[in-house]
Write a protein that binds this ligand. Sequence first.
Ligand SMILES: C[S@@+](CC[C@H](N)C(=O)[O-])C[C@H]1O[C@@H](n2cnc3c(N)ncnc32)[C@H](O)[C@@H]1O
Length: 207
Amino acid sequence: MRELIKKLQAEARELIKDIKPSGDEGFDKYLDSDSEVKRKVNIAVKIGLNLCNSKKILDISTGCGWFPWVLRRMGHEIIYTDNLNERCTLSIQVRKALELNDCIDFVYKKTHQRERTDNSTIWPYRPLPDLGNFDIIAACSVTPHTFFDKASWHAFIGDALLRLHYKGFLYIAPNVSSGWNELRKVVESYRSTKALQGWKIYDYYHN
Ligand SMILES: C[S@@+](CC[C@H](N)C(=O)[O-])C[C@H]1O[C@@H](n2cnc3c(N)ncnc32)[C@H](O)[C@@H]1O
């Protein structure tokens, strides 16, 4: 893997060399192509994507697109989405430099109007569009403003279960611990009804 990482790092450095930092540290960290490539290859290895034939993968909220870029180089077929109205122009620039020109516009839309059901309050979300079925659905480093409460995690996992092949792999890694707590509760409820049998949720904090 070390050789692959080195090779991809050199390639990535060259591809994004003309992109200027935006001045916002939160965004500019994605210009550190060496760490992004290493991190994404490591995720791929954890999921076993270095040891299998080509898989069909969906990456939700791809950001700069480092995960699809790495996975394509590893020979996988990948579709990726993000909110194309995202204020972060840096991610648009990086995706363009990485020749990722087919990002699908998809946002889990949280309206500011709550809808009441019998005994609970839910946020309505736009469902995942029909992009086919996948061996793996991933959401790497998603933040609480993206998927932050039980209703949104339910929407995310429910959507994914409809689109995953049998024994597919669901990889979700919230990048803050509060996101993980909400997610854990939802995963447990799916597991208790056996709806998640054959699928796995990746626990970023305990693996
Ligand atoms: C921290 S970045 C992670 C990017 C990428 N997955 C990675 O690992 O490098 C979070 C991403 O979530 C996207 N996002 C934010 N709110 C969203 C929403 N409501 N629905 C879908 N994506 C959203 C942003 O555009 C951003 O690209």
